[in-house]
Design a binder for this molecule. Structure first.
Ligand SMILES: [Zn+2]
Length: 65
C-alpha cells in the first residue's frame, strides 16, 4: 500500500482508487491547492481566457446605454 501526504494539510492518504482526490486527502484540500494555483495564474498577463473575460466586462461598463 502506497501512502502519500496531502500537499495541503499533510494528512497521510492511501494511494488507492477509492482515494479520488489523491494526492489530496479531501475535495476541500484539492480545491484549496487549485485555488492558490489559479490565483497565481491570474497575476500573469496574457492569459487568453482572462483577457476575454476582462474585455467583455469593460465593454459592458463603457457601453453608453
Ligand atoms: Zn488535506
Amino acid at each position: 500500500m502506497t501512502t502519500v501526504h496531502c500537499p495541503t494539510c499533510g494528512t497521510p492518504v492511501e494511494w488507492t482508487d477509492a482515494a479520488r482526490y489523491r494526492p489530496f486527502c479531501s475535495r476541500r484540500c484539492k480545491l484549496i491547492d487549485l485555488g492558490e494555483w489559479l490565483d497565481e495564474r491570474h497575476r500573469i498577463p496574457g492569459e487568453p481566457a482572462d483577457e476575454t473575460t476582462l474585455d467583455s466586462e469593460w465593454r459592458e461598463e463603457d457601453d453608453p446605454r
